[in-house]
Design a protein around this ligand. Structure first.
Ligand code: GRF
Length: 225
């Protein structure tokens, strides 16, 4: 399956799901405003009221909505999400710091049209607390992953990843901060590749024809002397 139709295709109609501060949302907004990304952010939806991301949307005049998950089944909540996204003619959904696990109701309504970002190198450290788990485990590299959401937890086909070094003296906050900077770079890029029709899902893999790879850039931590 390949996504949409080439560089000159129209801006992708985007719906962004948030639950918190919304710094990834801000990175997407900034990329659009700097003409680095052709996207029309149709709506920002939060499952929590009063969060920073809603204020960021309000400041940019982007329609926003709170749909609470409280007292609802996952399916009921997702049905409301689907209805709201469809009412804004959303083509692509970007989960950005969204903490609800999506059910098949949502995933089947937008097949390979829901992206999420995870602050670890999937499949390592799925779920919450990934940055602390990586720091405590003592890995020498961690990073972040943008993937297509499927019915599993943080295990969908991977679109793009960024790697950052982790050092024994780093605490969870230092690792999280280092990873977040890269999140803000790769998320707009993943959406840009989608908008340009350059993502091809083949089984578990996402092909990006003509993208090349950083094959010769090997990172070693600690660096060889
Ligand atoms: C980010 O690290 C993201 O990967 C994770 O939640 C964090 C908060 O993101 N899912 P944001 O600042 O709300 O975009």
């Amino acid at each position: 399956m390949s996504t949409s139709a080439g560089q000159e295709s129209p801006p992708v109609k985007l719906g962004v799901l948030i639950s918190g501060e919304g710094t990834n949302l801000q990175a997407i907004i900034d990329a659009v405003e700097h003409s680095e990304l052709k996207a029309d952010i149709r709506v920002v939806i939060s499952n929590k009221p009063g969060v920073g991301g809603l204020e960021r949307a309000r400041r940019r005049g982007i329609p926003s909505k709170v749909i609470s998950h409280r007292g609802k089944s996952r399916e009921q909540f997702d049905s409301e999400l689907v209805a709201a996204l469809r009412s804004h003619e959303v083509e692509l959904v970007a989960c950005a710091g969204f903490t609800r696990l999506l059910s098949p109701v949502m995933v089947r309504a937008f097949p390979y049209r829901i992206m999420n970002i995870h602050p670890a190198l999937c499949p390592a450290f799925p779920g919450t607390g990934a940055q602390r788990a990586a720091a405590d485990y003592g890995v020498r590299f961690s990073g972040c992953t943008v993937f297509f959401v499927t019915e599993g937890v943080d295990d969908g086909p991977i679109i793009i990843q960024a790697v950052v070094p982790v050092n024994p003296e780093d605490d969870a906050a230092a690792v999280a901060e280092r990873i977040l900077l890269q999140e803000h770079r790769i998320y707009p890029e993943a959406i840009r590749l989608y908008q340009q029709g350059r993502l091809e899902v083949r089984g578990r893999k996402v092909l990006v024809p003509g993208m090349g790879s950083p094959a010769d850039e090997v990172l070693i931590n600690p660096p060889l002397k």
